[in-house]
Design a protein around this ligand. Structure first.
Ligand SMILES: [Zn+2]
Length: 270
């Protein structure tokens, strides 16, 4: 079995949206300057003898087409080869060849190319699906991280949904590859993936349930943008316990330092 880290480009954000209060004013520094930081957008491909499993689907290229006066808080930038379809093509993988896609949540930097997987089983939290779909139906996305174009596209192609219910903790896709229900926090419902590798050890892919290592603490430091702050803290505590129990390395959602380390060690783990 192999876990492949896919570099799908970057976003730029105000660092205080990653960790709330990271640059609070002090008596000495009453007007701290915001830090505009680059963070990775990533996906993961798991190769098993029972088929291919994808965790997250990157950000759609349209999110980078911004007018010069765009007021977006998180612009996307990419090189052509970093778009998920091109990453897969480079590996000789066609979207139709992927058995299951686990989507951590339905924000645009994770569900951007979900529509390509109409032939796959698509695993997502029931709470995430229900909460996001309600907003979609009410035309309530506004300028937030869910994008109508993504939903229009994947709802017209994906039909084999596997929703993880709120009372369901784990869903084993293949021996050693388990979707884990983290509950609400960053979004309506977050899904992680435990990948147990024979040589490299166990990895717990957390996506935006934890953006970076400093969100984990202890104590837990929530991000500046969060759907359910108490849920966020509960899921962070759960992840810490779950990772310990399974002796798993936590892989954060947008941690540029950790991502660099993963890529510099080859980006493939067996
Ligand atoms: Zn994200």
């Amino acid at each position: 079995m192999k876990l492949r880290v896919l570099n799908c480009g970057s976003m730029y954000v105000d660092e205080s949206s990653l960790v709330a209060g990271i640059r609070n004013a002090t008596f000495r520094n009453q007007n701290p300057v915001a830090e505009w930081v680059e963070i990775p957008v990533c996906a993961f491909l798991i190769e098993t003898s029972g088929g291919l499993i994808l965790y997250d689907t990157g950000c759609h290229e349209r999110e980078a087409n911004l007018p010069p006066d765009a007021d977006t808080p998180s612009p996307y930038v990419f090189k052509p080869e970093q778009l998920l379809p091109n990453r897969l093509e480079e590996l000789g993988v066609s979207p139709g060849g992927i058995g299951s896609v686990v989507v951590s949540h339905l924000h645009c930097d994770h569900a951007g190319y979900l529509h390509l997987f109409g032939d796959s089983e698509v695993v997502v939290s029931d709470s995430e699906f229900t909460g996001a779909m309600r907003l979609y139906g009410l035309r309530g996305f506004g300028a937030g991280p869910y994008k109508t174009e993504d939903f229009d596209a994947f709802l017209s192609s994906v039909s084999n949904w596997r929703l993880i219910g709120s009372g369901e903790l784990e869903y084993e896709l293949y021996p050693g590859v388990t979707a884990v229900n983290f509950g609400p926090g960053h979004a309506f419902g977050m899904t992680g993936l435990l990948v147990e590798l024979p040589k490299s050890g166990n990895f717990l892919l957390c996506s935006d349930a934890l953006y970076r290592s400093d969100n984990l603490g202890p104590p837990v430091k929530p991000p500046g943008l969060v759907y359910d702050s108490l849920g966020y803290i509960a899921s962070a505590d759960f992840i810490a316990r779950y990772a310990k129990k399974h002796k798993a390395k936590i892989i954060f959602g947008h941690d540029s330092r950790q991502f660099e380390r993963l890529l510099s060690s080859g980006g493939v783990f067996e």
